[in-house]
Structure formats: structure tokens, C-alpha cells
Design a protein around this ligand. Structure first.
Ligand SMILES: Nc1ncnc2c1ncn2[C@@H]1O[C@H](COP(=O)(O)OP(=O)(O)O)[C@@H](O)[C@H]1O
Ligand SMILES: Cc1ncsc1CCOP(=O)(O)O
Ligand SMILES: [Mg+2]
Length: 271
């Protein structure tokens, strides 16, 4: 595990070690998330059969669970995987896609939250919904609130649960209830390509596989995606080509460039 909190060092470690990331993710995101992991140098596997999830967790450096198109069977497999990850001390991340939209999604997210993910990453509406166990936020899987609107609720959720919570949007916010950071950058076209957030969740798992400090690993992953988004936004002016350029930018990113361009701001306690 790394001790030097530099995003470039984390990216370099991913490229050197190629951690296997086990994803239990949604039908929309599988392609982009797997390709984003390959682009940064990690190895993806997408697997959600109850019969094999525990085996894959034991092989993986990190687990990403994303509830985006869950069925009850899928959810049960995710619970088994999360319990296994917790027992193995394998870092795992929860992406509560659209949890403010339906009771089924919220119940899935709350059940998984109790298995103590290392990190919860969602957009502003999802984190607001989760923090209050309340429906009615967001439009389906999309955010209708800003990150600034929910920073206080994210901090409360982190303090109450002892988990690290990341809220993403125009400027990202991450907190463990004591320490916090913001990550600037990215591009508005990231909201016009589906599954960019899900792909971010997947690559954050890869950063958690090589960096023990979950808050730092998350900051590094968010900065990596933000820098890639900026690069892609210079090369593309519409969603189709932006998606391709985002993968190209993740693949081409040099650790030194990431260190230079990462806009991570560590905040005082209680920020
Ligand atoms: N308006 C924006 N400007 C720049 N970057 C953005 C913007 N909205 C989202 N992002 C970035 O897009 C990625 C996905 O975040 P988000 O859209 O919140 O997730 P989701 O797709 O799960 O709703 C993050 O890296 C985030 O920083
Ligand atoms: C459109 C959609 N519907 C169910 S999951 C999904 C993808 C959501 O991706 P993201 O959370 O990254 O926007
Ligand atoms: Mg999402």
C-alpha cells in the first residue's frame, strides 16, 4: 500500500500492479466502467451471479457495487459480496444510483450501507436522499441539486455512519466526517454521457486497491476523472466523441501530468 498521498503515485501504482476490480454494476454502465478500468491500467471483471460473487471478491483488490439496474436476485448477490469484502478487509464502494427515485432502490442502498462500504459515491440528489432515507430527490438517476446544497448532509451521514462519503458534480466534495476535500475540474459534457459517474465509481475502486487512505484514494480518483474530463472536453464538442476522448484521456494520462493538474483542496475539520 502507498503512504505518499499523491494522485500520480496512485495512478502509477495502478499501472504497475494492475489490480483486479470486481464490479457488480448496472446494465448501462458495464461497458464504460470496464473500459475506464482498462484505460487506467486496472483489470475489470463484471460478475453478479450468486454462485461466484464470493469467489471473485476473494480474488479482487477492490469491489464496486452499483445498484443501477438491480433485481432482487442481483441485490442478494451484492449483499453476499459486500459481506465477504468486509470480512476479507477488501475495500468496497457503494454507488446508490437513483436511490431517491423509488423505495426499491432506497431499500437496496440502505441494506448495503449497513454492510459498511469503505466509500459511498453518488451525485448530490442521491446523497441527499440517502442521508435522509427519503425519496423525492433527483430525476431518475440524474441530479437536480448541487453539491454545495448537500455538503452538510454528506458530512452528517459520514459522521453518523463512520463511512467516507463522496458527492460529485460540478465540484466534488468528499468527507469522512472529520477530514474533507474538494476536487474541481471536469467538463459539462460529463453530464451528457450516461454512466460517467458509474465509471468513476469503478476507477475509484481501483484507486482504493492501491491506496489505503480511503479519503486520499477518493480524492486521487476524482481528480483523475476531472483531469480526463477537461482533456476530453478540449478534443470533443459533443457526447459521442466526448465518450471516446474520455477513455483516450484516461489511457494517455501521465502520473506527472495528474499531479500537476489535479485540483484537490483539503479543507479544515467541520468544513
Ligand atoms: N457540471 C459539471 N462540470 C464538470 N464536471 C462535472 C459536472 N457534473 C458532473 N461532473 C463530473 O462528472 C463525473 C460524474 O459525476 P456525476 O454526474 O455527479 O455522477 P452521476 O453520473 O452518478 O450522476 C464526476 O467526475 C464529476 O466531477
Ligand atoms: C441511465 C441509467 N439507468 C439505470 S442505471 C443508469 C446509468 C446511470 O449512470 P450514471 O449514474 O453514471 O449517470
Ligand atoms: Mg450515478
Amino acid at each position: 500500500m502507498l503512504t505518499d498521498p499523491s494522485p500520480g503515485r496512485s495512478l502509477d501504482a495502478i499501472r504497475q500492479r494492475g489490480p483486479l476490480v470486481h464490479n457488480i454494476t448496472n446494465l448501462v454502465a458495464m461497458d464504460l466502467a470496464a473500459n475506464a478500468l482498462l484505460a487506467i491500467g486496472a483489470s475489470p471483471v463484471m460478475a453478479h451471479a450468486q454462485e461466484e460473487v464470493e469467489d471473485f471478491v476473494s480474488l479482487a483488490g477492490a469491489l464496486a457495487i452499483n445498484i443501477g439496474t438491480f433485481t432482487p436476485e442481483w441485490q442478494d448477490a451484492a449483499v453476499s459480496a459486500a459481506v465477504q469484502a468486509l470480512g476479507n478487509e477488501t475495500p468496497w464502494i457503494l454507488d446508490p444510483v437513483g436511490c431517491g427515485a423509488t423505495r426499491f432502490r432506497m431499500d437496496n442502498a440502505m441494506r448495503l450501507l449497513k454492510i459498511r462500504p469503505s466509500l459511498v459515491r453518488g451525485n448530490a440528489s442521491e446523497i441527499a436522499a440517502l442521508a435522509n432515507n427519503a425519496l423525492g430527490t433527483g430525476k431518475g438517476v440524474e441530479a437536480t441539486m448541487s453539491v454545495a446544497d448537500v455538503e452538510a448532509e454528506a458530512s452528517r451521514l459520514a459522521s453518523e455512519t463512520g463511512l467516507v462519503v463522496a458527492v460529485t458534480g460540478e465540484e466534488d466534495f468528499v468527507t469522512d466526517g472529520q477530514r474533507a476535500l474538494r476536487v474541481a475540474g471536469g467538463h459539462t459534457l460529463m453530464t451528457r454521457v450516461t454512466a460517467v459517474g458509474c465509471a468513476l465509481t469503478a476507477i475509484t475502486a481501483a484507486f482504493m486497491a492501491v491506496e489505503e487512505d480511503v479519503l486520499a484514494a477518493t480524492g486521487h480518483a476524482l481528480a483523475c476523472m476531472a483531469v480526463a474530463g477537461e482533456t476530453a472536453g478540449k478534443a470533443a464538442d459533443a457526447p459521442g466523441s466526448f465518450r471516446v476522448e474520455l477513455l483516450n484521456a484516461l489511457y494517455r494520462m501521465h502520473p506527472g501530468e495528474l499531479d500537476e493538474r489535479a485540483a484537490i483542496q483539503w479543507l479544515e475539520a467541520d468544513a
